[in-house]
Design a protein. Structure first.
Length: 184
């Protein structure tokens, strides 16, 4: 079936192409912890597990991660919607976000940055390549340790579409019989 399309502002294409769920990135530098809300990330490779993350140089976390060389990418569920928004609207240069938003900083196994205890998953990361940081604020991280809750298998996650609007991950559709490894 042919779908009729209209012109659309190029500055708003992110509402259709936002790459995945909103995450909370925790960092630690010089004895201080921080958390930032982030939506601009992408899987870049399977082995080693590489993730590309855009972290603006104006963000307090940018400096902390650049200097420490590591972070934890935490996956919140919809239960943390208000915290996700509040964290994104505040600066870790001014407050302790763990304390302010009632979140638990848990010791990570491989990096100094803390896991967020209330999140469904935490992926400990080290900078793998920083060649594009100065030009595009694009960090390439290697996941060195992963922690995921046993259930639910498919948690409800937040997806940002811009202008303060979020979508919740939808119904799960299985097509395993049609899928070929390496297809996506």
């Amino acid at each position: 079936m042919h779908v009729r399309k209209e012109n659309f502002p190029v500055g708003r294409v992110r509402q259709y192409l936002e790459p995945g769920p909103i995450v909370l990135v925790s960092s630690r530098w010089r004895g201080k912890n921080n958390i930032m809300t982030m939506g601009w990330h992408m899987v870049m490779e399977f082995t080693p597990s590489l993730l590309g993350c855009l972290i603006s140089s104006g963000n307090h976390s940018h400096h902390m991660i650049r200097n420490s060389g590591e972070c934890v990418i935490n996956l919140p569920t919809t239960r943390l919607t208000d915290e996700v928004i509040a964290i994104g609207n505040s600066s870790g240069a001014e407050i302790d976000k763990f304390e302010q938003f009632g979140l638990t900083a848990e010791k990570a196994a491989e990096v100094g940055a803390p896991l967020i205890g209330e999140c469904h998953a935490g992926f400990e990361c080290r900078i793998h390549d920083d060649a594009l940081v100065d030009k595009y604020n694009l960090f390439i991280f290697e996941v060195v340790k992963a922690h995921v809750a046993k259930s639910p298998k498919h948690p409800e996650t937040l997806h940002y579409t811009g202008d303060g609007v979020f979508m919740i991950a939808g119904a799960i559709i299985h097509r395993k019989s049609q899928f070929r490894p390496g297809m996506l």
